[in-house]
Design a protein around this ligand. Structure first.
Ligand code: F6R
Length: 611
C-alpha cells in the first residue's frame, strides 16, 4: 500500500527519496510527493500517477531543491479521497512549516477535522493525513517531537509517519502504530522507510520500530522513545538480502523473475530444515515442547488471498499425514466471528508481507484467546513475525511483484514440513518420514523441470488470451491449486476467473460454460484423476476448450484435453508446487500478451494494511 521514505544526512536528499519511492512503487500507488527543507521554507512537490510524473515535475524546478539534505517522501494508495494531486502526501500543517507523510488510517479524523476547522485551519485535501498535519501544527511550540507526541495522544487509528519542521533543520521525526517503519543506519546519515527495499541500497543495518515508538533523528543521531514510557532502545538487525535481490535482473518483469527464482527460493526455505536421517523436519522457530506437540488438538490456519490458498494445502497435508485436525480460514472471518479456540490449538498465520491487517488482527485475537500462535512469514522484522514469537521465516527473498508467486511455493514447502513434523510426533514411522523428506527435497527440481516448459506455456497462452472468463478446476491437493491459478489469472490479466472444486462445477457454474469460456483442469495422475477427466468431458460437451495440467507422459490425460502442460510425475502433495508454477507462467504470458501492467495490476497493493 502507501510507502514512506525519509532522509537526513550529509548528501542531497532528493536522489535518495526518489530512488526509495521507485523501489516502493510495487506496493501499489496512485500518486506521490516529496517535501524537502530549503533555506526559506519546506518545499512540497506532488504529482498524480507514477513516480516518473513527480520526477518530471521536479525537473521543471531546474535544480532548486538539489542542495537539500533532509526530506520526506510518499507513494499513496487512495483511501480517503480520490487519487488527486491535492490528496497526495506530504501534507503541510498550518503556519509553522510542518510537512508530514503517513501510512494507515486516522479513524477519528472527522471529529478532529471539525475541531481544527473551528480553530481556523483551512483544509486543502480530503485526507485524514492532512488532519494529522494540522493537529501537529496546532501543538507545535518549537519541538516537532513533542508536538507529534501530543498529537498522537488524540489520534485513534493506525499510523506509520515521518515529518519535518522548517524551524528544526536536519531533523526528522518518525513514529509507528500498526504500520511499519524501518530506520536504516548509514554513516552520517539515516534513511527511513516503510519497507526495507527502499533503504537496502544505502545500508543493511536496520532498526524496526515497535508500535507506539517515536524517533527523533538528525543525521546519524537517533533517539527513540515509547509514547507514554520514555526512552527505549531497539535492537539493530542486519537485512539478509542484497539490493540485487530487489532488481529485475534482466527479466522483463519482477513477476517472471520471481517465478524463475523458485527453485532457489524453495531451496532457501528448506535449507537446514530437513533431517534426512531421522526422517523429520527441523522447525525450531515453531518452538513447541514435546508436551505441546503431543497435546496439539487442532491447527487453525489463517491468511488472505494467496497465503490462504497455501493454507488450504497445509490443512490437507496436516490431516492427511499427521491425523491432526486442521482448518483454514480467511483471516478477517476468523477475527470477527468469535471463533472457539483452546489452549491446545495452534493458530498458524500465513503472510508474505507480515503486515496484512486482517491476518495481524487474527493473530492478536488468537493470542488473546490463549492459543499457541505461529507466524509463517517472508518479511523479516514484520509485525506478524514479531508478534507471534513462534515465527518460521520463508527465506524466499523480497517479493516485489504484486502477484505473489515464490511466497506461495515457499509457504507450501513449510506447511509440508509442518505436516511431516506433526506426523513424526504421532503416527508416521522413521522410514515413512525419510520418504517424505526425499519428496520435499525434490520440489526445487520439480520446479526446474516445469520452468523448462516456459516456451511451450507461452504458446499455449496465445490460445487463451481472448477469453472473457475462465474456470480452474481441481480435486484434493489440486483444489487449492485451482483457486490459486484463478486468482493469478484474474489479478494480472483482468480476465474473470474462478477456481472451483471439480465436483462443484455441476452445481451451478456449468451454466456459464460456452466456447468463449475455457476450463483449466488439474488432471495430474493420482487419486481423483478419473473423476476430473469425467468433468473435463462434461465441459467439452458444453463447447469449452479444456487446458489440462497433466503428468509427464500421461498419454491418456493428454488425449482427454484440448491443450496440455506437462508437469513432473510426483505425489500429489508435492505436485501442488510444479502445477502452481505452470499456472503462474500461464497467467504471466496471457497478461503479457494482453499488454497488462503485470507487476503493478490496477487497484491492487502489495501489502494490504487496511481492513
Ligand atoms: C495475490 C496476492 C494477495 C496476497 C494477500 C495476502 O497474488 O498477492 O492475495 O496473497 O494480500 O498478503 P500477505 O501474504 O502479505 O499477507
Amino acid at each position: 500500500m502507501c510507502g514512506i521514505v525519509a532522509y537526513t544526512g550529509s548528501r542531497p536528499a532528493l536522489p535518495v527519496l526518489l530512488s526509495g519511492l521507485k523501489r516502493l512503487e510495487y506496493r501499489g500507488y496512485d500518486s506521490s510527493g516529496i517535501a524537502v527543507e530549503t533555506p526559506d521554507k519546506i518545499a512540497v512537490r506532488k504529482a498524480k500517477g507514477k513516480v516518473s510524473e513527480l520526477v518530471n515535475l521536479l525537473d521543471s524546478d531546474e535544480g532548486a531543491l538539489d542542495q537539500s539534505t533532509c526530506g520526506i517522501a510518499h507513494t499513496r494508495w487512495a483511501t480517503h479521497g480520490p487519487p488527486t494531486t491535492e490528496n497526495a502526501h506530504p501534507h503541510a500543517g498550518g503556519k509553522n512549516g510542518i510537512a508530514l507523510v503517513h501510512n494507515g488510517i486516522i479513524e477519528n479524523h472527522r471529529a478532529l477535522r471539525q475541531k481544527l476547522e473551528g480553530e481556523g485551519y483551512i483544509f486543502l485535501s480530503e485526507t485524514d493525513t492532512e488532519v494529522l498535519a494540522h493537529l501537529v501544527d496546532s501543538k507545535y511550540e518549537g519541538s516537532l517531537v513533542d508536538a507529534i507526541t501530543s498529537a498522537l495522544g488524540e489520534v485513534e487509528g493506525t499510523y506509520g509517519l515521518a515529518a519535518v519542521a522548517h524551524a528544526e533543520p536536519g531533523k526528522l521525526v518518525v513514529a509507528r502504530r500498526g504500520s511499519p517503519i524501518v530506520i536504516g543506519l548509514g554513516e552520517n546519515e539515516t534513511i527511513v522507510a516503510s519497507d526495507a527495499s527502499a533503504i537496502i541500497k544505502y545500508t543493511r543495518q536496520a532498526i524496526y520500530l515497535d508500535d507506539n515508538d517515536i524517533a527523533c533523528i538528525c543525521g546519524s543521531d537517533l533517539d527513540i522513545r515509547s509514547l507514554g514510557s520514555g526512552a527505549v532502545s531497539r535492537a539493530t538487525s542486519e537485512i539478509d538480502w542484497s539490493a540485487d535481490a530487489a532488481e529485475k535482473g534482466g527479466y522483463e518483469h519482477y513477476m517472471l523473475k520471481e517465478i524463475f527464482e523458485q527453485p532457489e527460493s524453495i531451496r532457501n526455505t528448506l535449507r537446514g530444515r530437513m533431517d534426512a536421517d531421522r526422517g523429520n523436519a527441523i522447525l525450531s522457530g515453531l518452538n513447541l515442547s514435546p508436551r505441546e506437540l503431543a497435546d496439539l488438538y487442532r491447527v487453525l490456519i489463517v491468511g488472505c488471498g494467496t497465503s490462504m490458498n497455501a493454507g488450504l494445502v497445509g490443512e490437507y497435508a496436516i490431516e492427511d499425514f499427521a491425523g491432526v485436525l486442521a482448518e483454514v480460514e480467511q483471516a478477517a472471518e476468523f477475527r470477527y466471528r468469535n471463533p472457539i479456540i483452546k489452549s491446545s490449538d495452534l493458530v498458524v498465520a500465513i503472510s508474505q508481507s507480515g503486515e496484512t491487517a486482517d491476518t495481524l488482527a487474527a493473530v492478536r485475537e488468537a493470542i488473546d484467546k490463549g492459543a499457541l500462535v505461529s507466524g509463517l512469514v517472508n518479511t523479516v522484522g514484520s509485525t506478524i513475525a514479531r508478534e507471534t514469537g513462534r515465527g518460521i521465516y520463508l527465506h524466499a527473498g523480497p517479493e516485489i511483484s504484486v502477484a505473489s508467486t515464490k511466497a506461495f511455493t515457499s509457504q507450501v514447502s513449510v506447511l509440508l514440513m509442518m505436516a511431516l513434523k506433526f506426523a513424526r510426533s504421532r503416527r508416521m514411522s522413521r522410514e515413512e518420514g525419510r520418504q517424505m523428506v526425499r519428496e520435499i527435497k525434490a520440489i526445487p527440481e520439480l520446479v526446474e523441470r516445469t520452468l523448462a516448459q516456459n516456451d511451450h506455456i507461452a504458446k499455449v497462452a496465445e490460445r487463451y488470451l481472448d477469453c472473457t472468463s475462465a474456470f480452474f478446476i481441481g480435486r484434493g491437493y489440486l483444489y487449492p491449486v485451482a483457486l490459486e491459478g484463478a486468482l493469478k489469472l484474474k489479478e494480472i490479466s483482468y480476465i474473470h476467473a474462478e477456481g472451483y472444486h471439480a465436483a462443484e462445477l455441476k452445481h451451478g457454474p456449468i451454466a456459464l460454460l460456452e466456447a468463449s469460456v475455457p476450463v483449466i483442469a488439474l488432471c495430474n495422475k493420482g487419486p481423483g484423476q478419473d473423476k476430473t477427466l469425467g468433468n473435463v468431458a462434461e465441459c467439452q460437451a458444453r463447447d469449452s476448450r479444456v487446458l489440462g495440467i497433466v503428468t509427464e507422459g500421461d498419454t491418456e490425460a493428454m488425449a482427454a484435453v484440448d491443450d496440455y502442460i506437462e508437469v513432473p510425475d510426483c505425489p500429489l502433495h508435492t505436485a501442488v508446487v510444479p502445477s502452481t508454477v505452470a499456472l503462474q507462467l500461464l497467467s504471466y504470458h496471457i497478461a503479457r500478451l494482453r499488454g497488462c501492467a503485470i507487476d503493478q495490476p490496477r487497484n491492487l497493493a502489495k501489502s494490504v494494511t487496511v481492513e
